[in-house]
Design a protein around this ligand. Structure first.
Ligand code: ZN
Ligand code: ZN
Length: 589
């Protein structure tokens, strides 16, 4: 199963949606070996999409939309053969004979195939994660997509739904000692999937141009699919969740975690090294926060006795700083107003060259993308949809929120933190990185790009802006950046503690509400998320740490000749590649 794409989080950009400005061939081949490798890549991607129609559709390649892969033994054998054959072909290339661009692609493809083999044969999440199977989600994408006219989309949906019975029969047969948490998630997500097969789909069928016979057939197939989904939900609820199943722990343990970390993140650090680095960084952040809070205390807490306990002192100052925030109905506007300021700051301080021909469009998050609470995200055109705009989606506060909920959210994204968020998501964070990635045109990097590099860059961009004087180097903005950065740092800590060291919910909540300065609700959400994913929570901190370390290495090497703009532009010029490979290429010069 290829379920390794990073989930779309409120503030995260999945690497697989990054785009490329060229859809066809990569840069002109430098050598005969490069020409041969380019031909291989082109064919590989087409074959990969046929093998993985769902991944193809989410990357914007819609030739195989009508296919539903049945997760059977036969399919797993076919996947294994595909992996073996392509690893064999890759083995025929000599790495040194390829251009730097192709060397990175070689690494990405090799890692992808090895990961798939490991997921299938060793991690075996296809056995223990019942949420791996959800027909509704893929039908929803087809129904809401606009690349084909409605009739064609409905015909694809019809072909897909014809396989629903076989699909869920194979899913049930696969489930062996699931985790309780993933079984519950499977119920919840398939109930959501059932909704996709409901009124909106029926309505689309009604107003479509399909013939009466086609409509009838499609309605039958929808009914069949509904029954199949309901059957699966019933199976999970009755046979799995309530019959005293022998559940496995959601904790995958050290051996699997270490290997998954290596395959998912492709860092030069091991999981254990990152865990240690995160703990050291946590101490550094706390030290910096204590220092700044002590300086700010007299200004914001006039006349009050300064708390002796550092954590309490920091919290008290933060509680004052977060009082400054946008009004409830002015949140989207506050974001919009900041974008030109960020663009200007980057230009005035010569941090990197920007491309005014590719403007970022700030908009309210469209209705079909809302629902995960308010938030912000960047939507980039996929590798096959290159002419589309890049959007910065900002979700207005839901009208259903109580005054207390709204206040808590607005304080979380107070005037200081909101600027940091905009740097992260937009300029010079995710959006800027994407613009650069497009200039290193490689379909492979667009499709198999490295999430830790993408997130690491956005976090690095926040720090780089502040170091360059954004926010006037004030204690206020640095203190809130420290708090913000503490979140990704502790994400890496708790990911490891939970998955490999048996940490309890109480321990994790205590850590996050203590040194993390988080609210209890946020801490409990994090616990819940950490029981359902492994390694993903470590990606931000790892990418960020690798980039900062690389910058220090380059600084040391270049001495007084070091130039921040050159570093930034060169770093971004390789596309969304793992930092370890960018490092090899940058230090080789
Ligand atoms: Zn991000
Ligand atoms: Zn307020």
């Amino acid at each position: 199963m290829k379920l390794r794409y990073l989930p779309l989080l409120a503030l995260a950009l999945p690497a697989c949606t990054s785009n490329s400005s060229k859809t066809s061939a990569d840069q002109p081949a430098a050598t005969p070996a490069d020409a041969r490798f380019d031909r291989f890549k082109g064919q590989f991607i087409l074959d990969f999409w046929r093998q993985n129609p769902e991944a193809a559709a989410s990357a914007g390649f819609h030739k195989y939309d009508s296919l539903l892969v049945i997760p059977s033994d036969a399919q797993r054998r076919s996947d294994a053969a595909f992996i073996t054959q392509n690893l064999g072909t890759l083995g025929g290339f000599t790495l040194d004979s390829l251009s730097p661009n192709n060397q990175i692609d070689y690494h990405l493809l090799t890692n992808e195939l090895r990961s798939e083999r490991w997921y299938a044969d060793t991690l075996k999440n296809w056995q223990w994660n019942p949420a791996s199977y959800n027909l509704g989600a893929s039908v929803g994408d087809l129904l809401n997509g606009h690349y084909y006219p409605l009739d064609r989309r409905l015909r694809n949906i019809s072909d897909k739904l014809a396989q629903a019975g076989a699909y869920y029969a194979a899913a049930k047969a696969n489930i062996t000692r699931p985790t309780r948490e993933h079984a519950a998630l499977g119920v919840q997500q398939n109930e959501g999937g059932l909704a996709v097969l409901g009124a909106a789909l029926a309505d689309s069928v009604r107003r479509s141009g399909l013939s009466a016979a086609e409509k009838q057939l499609l309605r039958q197939r929808i009914a069949g699919a509904q029954a199949a989904v309901q059957g699966y939900i019933g199976f999970l609820k009755n046979d799995v969740l309530t019959k005293g199943t022998d559940f496995r722990s959601f904790r995958i343990g050290k051996a699997l975690f270490d290997r998954k970390f290596a395959l998912d993140i492709q860092s030069r650090y091991s999981a254990e090294e990152v865990f240690k680095l995160a703990q050291t960084h946590k101490a550094e952040l706390l030290h910096d926060m204590g220092r700044r809070a002590a300086r700010l205390f007299p200004k914001y807490c006039t006349g009050q006795p300064m708390p002796k306990d550092t954590l309490r002192l920091i919290r008290q100052v933060i509680d004052q700083l977060t009082l400054k925030h946008a009004p409830r109905d002015g949140f989207v506007d506050a974001v919009k107003r900041q974008i030109p300021t960020l663009t200007k700051f980057v230009n005035d301080h010569d941090l990197l060259t920007q491309d005014p021909s590719k403007p970022l469009v700030v908009r309210e998050t469209p209705g079909y993308m809302r629902g995960s609470g308010a938030g912000a995200s960047v939507s980039a055109p996929g590798p096959y949809d290159t002419k589309a705009n890049t959007y910065y989606n900002v979700e207005p506060l839901p009208p259903t929120w109580t005054a207390a909920q709204a206040e808590s959210y607005l304080r979380e994204y107070n005037d200081y933190t909101l600027q940091i968020l905009n740097i992260h998501e937009a300029i010079p964070g995710h959006y800027t990185q994407l613009v650069y990635a497009n200039r290193s045109p490689s379909l492979v990097k667009s499709i198999f790009g490295n999430g830790a590099m993408v997130e690491g860059w956005a976090v690095y961009a926040e720090r780089m802006m502040l170091e360059s004087g954004y926010g006037n180097n004030s204690d206020e903005i640095w203190l809130l950046w420290d708090k913000w950065n503490m979140r990704s740092t502790l994400n890496a800590v708790v990911d490891n503690l939970i998955q490999t060291q048996n940490a309890s919910e109480a321990d994790v909540v205590k850590l996050l509400t203590g040194a993390g300065f988080q609210e209890e609700a946020e801490a409990r959400n994090k616990w819940h998320r950490a029981t359902l994913s492994q390694v993903q929570l470590s990606s931000y901190f790892t990418g960020y740490t690798e980039i900062v370390a690389l910058r220090e290495e380059v600084k040391k090497r270049e001495g007084s000749k070091f130039n921040l703009k050159n570093f930034n532009e060169q770093f971004l010029s390789y596309g969304s590649a793992p930092v370890r490979y960018i490092r090899q290429l940058m230090l080789r010069r």
